[in-house]
Design a protein around this ligand. Sequence first.
Ligand code: AMP
Length: 292
Amino acid sequence: MRVVTKISELRDEIQTFRSTHSDAKVGLVPTMGFLHEGHASLIRRSVTECGLTVVSIFVNPLQFGPGEDFERYPRDAERDTALAEAAGANLVFMPAVAEMYPRPLATRVLVSGVTDRLCGASRPGHFDGVGTVVSKLFHIAMPDRAYFGMKDAQQVAVITTMVQDLDMPVEIVPCETVREPDGLALSSRNVYLNEEERVQALALSRTLSRVKGWLDDGLSAQETAERMRQQINDVPLAELDYAEILTFPELTVPEGQLTSGTRWIAALAVRFGRTRLIDNRIFSGDEVSAHV
Ligand code: AMP
């Protein structure tokens, strides 16, 4: 595995690979580093489907708002390269901020509609930063496939919309959320949690695991979201950011019942002290018994 920090080096490596493997696919796994099993699952998936797997590790200042955790976001380049290599990556791209943004950007990629709610509403500008950096990474690496975790389901919706709207020749591959044995979704931010917060953070996955039952009982989207809010508000250290049920992948407010052929997302964002955690589950009308 090679580690490169310059855009030109990454382009050269990929160009060399493509010139010698004309049929092979190039897979890209964009990350902000401090890699864990969730990232590793994306890398392994790319390795099984592509001849060359590129992992980008870049804490993108553009997607952090003022007062968010850009400076203190956990970083460990040595551990990350070891984990990427163990998962089978061929190339790691670790640019400095000045390499990606040598001057203030005059150009941004803004995706509207799917960014109106959830993290798009509670982190203004966040998805502008995500759309812009992912679009830069796509132009730099020119991957055939790019792998994204459903842990960040709204990000998948945003990137898919961007790729469709701008005819970017890359296939977006959504990958399942990897969880701790007790249900907590893996996240680089989990290291911020103290012992007590770590225990109470189970409220997210526990609440989401109850949603199917509420939908099975025939509760509406609004009633179900209200139940989710109550569950989180019962947890002493939890401060609710949002709990919503929306259509997926459109991310609009559902009307009526979840019917066959449609999907809803139950999405949560909850703060424990300065740590903001998100999690979600997707439900299809075909698996909810009250409505099939
Ligand atoms: P991040 O480094 O947090 O920006 O995440 C990089 C990629 O890994 C994104 O596509 C995330 O959705 C994905 N990812 C993060 N956590 C998980 C997880 N627990 N399971 C699966 N994918 C994940």
